[in-house]
Design a protein. Structure first.
Length: 193
């Protein structure tokens, strides 16, 4: 077994020992809201949004973007599980700002090994083979955080499966302070209608 696997299984044993009555939590989130945010390991939505288990749905992907799959999850969250408010929360110093679709496609065409970055840009660390399949993916990279939050809120609000009465709030999490910074244009665009 790997060191990481052993650590995860040991942590789970400790968690089980203190699980208590969490097995009785209801399926719908108790506070009736959902957060779409980035998968970045520095972000802990439970802490920055004051969540306990069972409080809210947290949907995560690279960049916290309003991809088709993220919208699918939000629609299920509302339609079947009763959430009534949604947050889009991106963050400062996001890895999705460090490359473009073209860079990702070039790297994947060259090799499937983990790439590295230095002052001169991204580099493959291993030989091929690569794959051209990355050419068919929109990587949803970010060039401007406020703009990407606004675009994601607008995409969610204009989606034909999203009811007009759901407010969608737009924020950026500041990785240096832990503060949620409102993107006023996004929150305005996300008003319940």
């Amino acid at each position: 077994m790997s060191k990481i696997l052993n650590e995860v299984l040991a942590a789970n044993r400790d968690y089980v020992d203190n699980f208590g009555d969490k097995g009785d939590l209801p399926l719908p989130p108790g506070r009736h809201f959902a957060i779409l945010t980035c998968m970045d390991a520095r972000l802990d939505p439970a802490k920055y949004a004051g969540l306990s288990e069972g409080d809210a749905h947290v949907i995560r992907n690279a960049g916290g973007r309003a991809s088709d799959d993220a919208i699918r999850s939000l629609v299920i969250s509302y339609k079947l599980l009763g959430t009534r408010e949604w947050f889009v929360i991106h963050h400062t110093n996001c890895g999705m700002e460090l490359f473009t679709d073209e860079i990702m496609r070039r790297l994947l065409n060259s090799s499937l090994k983990t790439a590295s970055i230095d002052a001169s840009g991204w580099h493959d660390s291993g030989a091929g083979p690569g794959s051209a399949e990355g050419n068919y993916i929109d990587w949803l990279t970010i060039s401007n955080q406020e703009q990407s939050v606004l675009e994601d809120v607008q995409r969610i609000k204009s989606h034909p499966l999203v009811p007009r009465e759901i407010p969608v709030y737009g924020y950026i999490y500041d990785c240096k302070s832990g503060r949620l910074l409102e993107v006023p244009a996004a929150t305005e665009a996300g008003r319940a209608g």
